[in-house]
Design a protein around this ligand. Structure first.
Ligand code: CA
Length: 224
């Protein structure tokens, strides 16, 4: 599974000294490193280039780290992200993970820990073939958080993705509305006021009416 090309890492950190320190350590470990000092540049870079991992500070000028991360995940970008959080800030850590971070390191950190966590993250991302779930012409890649219809990528919001992902993981079974609601809001701080019916309606509009079947009085089902 080894890489022929160098492993590319994007370092997103606005503090110049820390950014340099990270870039030097990562380059020393054999990675090809690029750096972005604000959220806007980071967003452009991640959407234009293909990185093997991103080291992401949360407090950034222009666009903050959590907003960036949510945006990437909502548009289906699955690049592994290591978040740098403030030590002792458990809510930052929780929010980071909820927003789609793969791992985190608290500041101030030891460089060895950043390197170890990155190695783990890259190994996990490249080690496994991704188990793509299919129903009819719709395919869902859980690892990349990507959905396609007849091979064409379809943009879903994070809640739409969660609903579809849950139903596709339980293909062939009727899933009740209560179970779906519990699942999509399990890790949320802010509840989206939309109901499961709204997400199902939007998914049908985007993926074809037949993707989700309503089983009257019982719930929803995706065909195996
Ligand atoms: Ca910062």
């Amino acid at each position: 599974m080894g890489y022929k090309r160098p492993v590319r890492i994007l370092v997103v950190e606005d503090e110049p000294a820390l950014s340099d320190q990270l870039a030097r350590a990562l380059a020393g470990a054999g990675y090809a490193v690029e750096a972005a000092a604000d959220g806007e540049r980071a967003d452009l870079a991640v959407r234009a280039e293909s990185y093997d991992a991103v080291v992401l500070d949360l407090g950034l000028p222009r666009i903050d780290g959590l907003t960036l991360l949510r945006g990437w995940r909502e548009s289906g970008l699955g690049v592994p992200v290591l978040v740098l959080t403030a030590r002792g800030s458990w809510h930052e850590t929780v929010e980071g993970i909820d927003s789609g971070a793969d791992d985190y390191v608290a500041k101030p950190f030891r460089m060895e820990e950043v390197l170890a966590r990155l190695r783990g993250l890259i190994r996990r991302a490249s080690g496994q073939p991704s188990p793509v779930l299919r129903s009819g012409d719709v395919a869902l890649d859980p690892r990349l958080a990507r959905v396609t219809r007849s091979g064409v990528p379809v943009k879903l919001t994070s809640h739409e993705f969660r609903v579809l992902s849950y139903l596709m993981h339980h293909r062939g079974r009727v899933v009740s509305q209560g179970e779906l609601t519990e699942h999509i809001y399990a890790q949320d701080f802010e509840r989206d006021s939309n109901t499961v019916e709204v997400f199902v309606a939007r998914l049908r509009r985007k993926l074809g009416a037949s993707i989700i079947e309503t089983v009257r009085g019982l719930g929803y089902r995706v065909a195996p």
